[in-house]
Design a protein around this ligand. Sequence first.
Ligand code: MLT
Ligand code: MN
Ligand code: ZN
Length: 304
Amino acid sequence: MKIRVLGSGAGGGFPQWNCNCHNCKRVRSGEMNAKRRTQSSIAVSSDGSSWLLFNASPDIRAQLEAFPEIQPRQGIRDSGIKAILLIDSQIDHTTGLLMLRESTVPLEIYCTEMVKQDLSTGFPLFAMLEHYCTVNHHPVHLDGSGFSIPLIDDLRIHTHALKSKAPPYSPHRHDPHPGDNLGVVIEQISTGRKLYYAPGLGEIEPHVAQTLQEADCVLVDGTFWRHDEMAQAGICDKLALDMGHLPQSGAGGMIEFLNSATTKRKILIHINNTNPILDEDSSERKTLDEAGIEVSFDGMEINL
Ligand code: MLT
Ligand code: MN
Ligand code: ZN
């Protein structure tokens, strides 16, 4: 299985257009050993030509241009993207669908009923796209049963509900429903190898812990180092858990959990621009290195 990290940043990317925080300022001035990041998305394939896109970031145009394997190969209009799975309806995970409106083949979009509702009400992307291209919606159920996707050979997808948050614009932002956020296992049928992908993870519930243990590689929520990171940076008083993101540090944090997991590769994704791990010379990054936890970057390729 081939996995391409198209974007490793959280909403806003790194640096964020209007942000003058310690990190954003220093990466712009070149004082910091850090990589710039576009907004969160990955693509997965078993053969390197037919790709399943996970989330569609507002930065998708540049992400596809930086990735020759997904670019047009035949005919006047073409793409390696054969289907799209949305793990939630957040702006940083869905706005890129607007950038795919030139598609001459139907967009095959897999998402839950809750995500479909958000994208038909608070952010009516589906209705807008109908004026440009055909959208085929495929419901994703939460009963754990796996499903395969036509044109995506040799991969089987299993999804489960996560405790996180619907987006701020959602009619049910403060009334969580199963299906607002997904964790996804992508299994290669021929090899049995499994990737677990959960860029928005607010709580390690027992079913999440179990799934993480069984995966060969996990790509999980790396948004914040501290619970009060945004407040510490003087940006706003939103707390990590209130935004649906489990911070890495502290008791009950992501590092503590990953340390207890036997999974071979543990990788963070969806890194917010305030997170000190972006600084590759920071003590926080050293803590991750010592724990064997990797930080994904734009263009990272993982072969499972
Ligand atoms: C989140 O995951 O919480 C989002 O990145 C927030 C946003 O899109 O602004
Ligand atoms: Mn996000
Ligand atoms: Zn910043």
